[in-house]
Design a protein around this ligand. Structure first.
Ligand code: ACO
Length: 401
């Protein structure tokens, strides 16, 4: 089911025709068995399982195993997988020194692009991407080290000492520990908060051929090593039209500030002479609703209730903004609905995570999707180096006077 698919590779081979498709709105760059989206129906499946079931019945480690291997783990497989990830949570001390080369006020995403790319300099065997075991090892390293790198980027930014991983905690609690513990104060796990963070990770884990995943695949198609490819993905994710939207959305809610000003911003979003867009609204593929946004709204309620913040100013503002936009003819006609980033910022803010860290946490969650997609591409015998064509519109041949 779905749209008709035309395989035009034979036309390319003749060299006399190619498609012009800016933004790849109707071009499939690959085959993939990882994630399925039906944008009209609001369906998202990881390896066939609905996101609603994964978000409510599984934890992030199980979802990682599913995305990487195609199946949810048995209890034994899960134990082994979790232990393998724990074995790789530490960073090489030389790599820890990288952080001090950045300004303290550097954006955490800038630091992450650099530090994740620098992993390439530490694992020489990972350069051999033809070996499936090396590829698997790199996947484990990336999934295990991203929380450590993300938390260190935060600690460096606020001037606190780095907090090293604790392998007696699970993946998500360990991340919260590295973010919030200090040498003077232990991190006290809270089940509702850890579950909310785990859900954020699950909801952001993969989303088929979005801009950053396509970037990872394109970089990897040349045979570049996985750390360099994931670093490229992080750079792409940073943009406000993609993963940077959660940060931009919270900044927008702060700027609106009060329910009485919502209409003014709705008006601006509809004005074609104003570049302003309602952040956290709209999606290239979802044209009915984003199933992740529904789950995130639910988590938002849970977290705010747990923390006694149900009267949170920005949450009330977001709910009202959503209500007004969903009744507005412009948003209805253009099929613009809240996306996952509309509520994830409010949840993260309630968890005590500063706005500047939102996109880094998205990158940490998406790493498993990126490596699963990268590995799938490398294993696909049909895959070629990514090399789009162009429609040349410049000056015809001319001679230098
Ligand atoms: N506010 C106001 N108008 C919008 C918005 C918005 N958030 N999004 C799209 N539109 C309008 C456009 O102006 C355009 O109008 P037109 O037909 O009159 O020219 C129409 O809807 C279609 O928009 P496009 O930009 O062509 O749609 P596209 O599929 O290329 O963009 C995108 C999707 C980038 C997500 C867009 O909706 C957007 O910029 N949203 C805000 C940023 C955001 O929330 N990004 C997060 C995406 S989800 C994620 O990365 C996890």
């Amino acid at each position: 089911e779905g749209p008709d698919v035309v395989d035009i590779r034979s036309l390319y081979a003749k060299g006399d025709v190619f498609t012009y498709d800016p933004g790849f709105v109707s071009t499939a760059s690959s085959k993939s068995a990882i994630t399925f989206i039906d944008g009209d129906q609001g369906v998202l499946l990881y390896r066939g399982y609905p996101i609603e079931q994964l978000a409510t019945r599984c934890d992030f480690m199980e979802v990682c195993h599913l995305l990487l291997n195609g199946e949810l783990p048995t209890p034994d497989q899960k134990q082994q997988f979790v232990q393998t990830i724990k074995n790789h949570t530490m960073l090489h001390e030389q790599l820890v020194k990288f952080f001090s080369g950045f300004r303290r006020d550097a954006h955490p995403m800038a630091v992450m692009v650099g530090v994740v790319g620098a992993l390439s300099a530490f694992y020489h065997e990972a350069m051999d991407i033809s070996d499936a075991l090396h590829r698997e090892q790199s996947a484990f390293r990336l999934i295990a080290k991203l929380p450590t790198i993300t938390a260190m980027a935060y600690k460096y930014n606020i001037g606190q000492p780095f907090i090293y991983p604790r392998n007696d905690l699970d993946y998500t609690e360990n991340f919260l520990h590295m973010m919030f513990a200090t040498p003077a104060e232990k991190y006290e796990p809270n089940a509702v908060i850890a579950r909310a963070m785990d859900r954020i990770l699950i909801l952001h884990a993969d989303h088929e051929q979005n801009a950053s995943t396509s970037t990872v695949r394109l970089a990897g198609s040349s045979g570049a090593n996985p750390f360099a490819c994931i670093s490229a993905g992080i750079a792409c994710l940073w943009g406000p039209a993609h993963g940077g939207a959660n940060e931009a959305c919270l900044n927008m809610l702060e700027e609106i500030g009060d329910i009485s000003r919502i209409n003014e911003y709705i008006k601006r979003a509809k004005d074609k002479n104003d570049p302003f867009r309602l952040m956290g609204f709209g999606h290239r593929v979802y044209k009915n609703f984003d199933p992740r946004a529904n789950l995130m709204r639910e988590t938002c309620h849970e977290v705010l209730n747990e923390l006694g913040l149900h009267n949170d100013r920005l949450f009330k503002l977001a709910l009202e903004l959503e209500r007004i936009a969903l009744e507005d003819d412009y948003f209805i006609s253009k099929k613009l609905y809240p996306n996952v980033d509309f509520y994830s910022g409010i949840v993260q803010r309630a968890l005590g995570i500063p706005t500047s860290m939102f996109t880094s946490i998205f990158a940490m969650a998406r790493t498993v999707g990126w490596v699963a997609q990268w590995n799938e591409m490398i294993s696909d015998p049909e895959q070629k180096i990514g090399r789009p064509r162009q429609l040349y519109v410049g000056t015809p041949r001319r001679d230098v006077p």
